[in-house]
Design a protein around this ligand. Structure first.
Ligand code: PBG
Ligand code: ZN
Length: 322
């Protein structure tokens, strides 16, 4: 079929667009810290802040007002230990943050990132054995505990980002047994060992104190392997699949969305945000580059986008500037 090209008619051009961005596509990352009365800009992520629990209210109300439907939480705990015990403490930073947000508004969903790297003193994503390697199965049992404590505090969606094998299965079973059959799992299935996480690790204080994450995060030379990881997580009953990072991995997202019938989430990570934000702030790139990049994720098959850009883009949409 030959398609008549649409030229010059702005309204018609808008009508026949194949991809759109809605404020309802967004999940906004929030960093929660210990202390009181803190709203502090994160140096590596200009325009993004650390919040203490008591200052979450104003931010949540602002997000609700903008129409942003969900946040994903990251916590910086009071203390770290070998077992990341603050990750599953009933009064841990995330557990308190969830309760606070639920108290403030019922109009925003709370997704929680489940991983151990912000809570372990060595900064790895799991429990280490004597050789300094992450113990997969033992770590999964901790992830189950963390997920349950998040659900108990009121989390709406659990998002494991550790990349241990069989963690979706374990977390699903733990949630079901705990009476949380309705809490979906948003799995970081295709998560690559990437330098694009740099600003996040500064923001979350989660850089490993030795070695790297290459034993459990994926090798970015591989695409077939990403498909295998996604298939495994879907077999284990993941409800959403995250591809991370987004921009340098659009081929993965596109291939995955053509291969599997599920809900895909693009994680537009901290390094991607920092690059564009800095380029725009310095006048090197036009601000429209942000919208263009988010549309690329939609075009590639993302249903949802986790992005630090969400607030500013939502504001532009609200004011009719986009
Ligand atoms: C925890 C986690 C990371 C990110 C999300 N969850 C860091 C990492 O894997 O090192 C990165 C997010 C970003 O860069 O915005 N495992
Ligand atoms: Zn981690």
């Amino acid at each position: 079929m030959r398609m008549r090209r649409v030229r010059n008619k702005k309204i018609l051009r808008e009508m026949v667009r194949e991809s759109r961005l809605s404020v309802k596509d967004f999940i906004y990352p929030l960093f929660v810290v210990e202390g009181e009365d803190i709203k502090r800009e994160i140096p590596s992520l200009p325009g993004v802040y650390h919040f203490s629990v008591d200052r979450l209210e104003e931010e949540i109300l602002e997000l609700v007002d903008l129409g942003i439907p969900a946040v994903i939480l990251f916590g910086l705990p009071q203390h770290k230990d070998a077992h990341g015990s603050q990750a599953y403490a009933e009064d841990g930073i995330i557990q308190r943050a969830i309760r606070k947000i639920k108290e403030v508004s019922r109009d925003i969903l709370v997704v929680t990132d489940v991983c151990m790297c912000e809570y372990t003193d060595h900064g790895h994503c799991g429990i280490l054995n004597e050789d300094g390697n992450v113990e997969n199965d033992l770590t999964v049992s901790y992830l189950e505990k963390i997920s349950l404590s998040h659900a108990r505090a009121g989390a709406d969606i659990i998002a494991p980002s550790d990349m241990m094998d069989f963690r979706v299965k374990g977390i699903r079973r733990a949630l079901d047994e705990g009476g949380f059959e309705d809490v979906p799992i948003m799995a970081y299935s295709a998560k690559f060992a990437s330098s694009y996480y740099g600003p996040f690790r500064d923001a979350a204080g989660s850089a490993p104190s030795f070695g790297d994450r290459k034993a459990y995060q994926m090798d970015f030379h591989n695409s077939d392997e990403a498909m295998v990881e996604i298939e495994l997580d879907l077999d284990e009953d993941a409800d959403f699949v995250i591809v991370k990072p987004a921009l340098a991995y659009l081929d993965i997202l596109q291939r995955a969305s053509e291969t599997f019938n599920t809900r895909f989430v693009a994680y537009n990570v901290s390094g991607e945000y920092a690059m564009l934000k800095n380029a725009v702030d310095q006048g090197i790139l036009a601000p429209e580059v942000i919208y263009e990049s988010l549309i690329a994720m939609k075009r590639a098959g993302a249903q949802l986008i986790i992005s630090y850009h969400a607030k500013e883009v939502a504001l532009q949409m609200k004011e009719g500037r986009l």
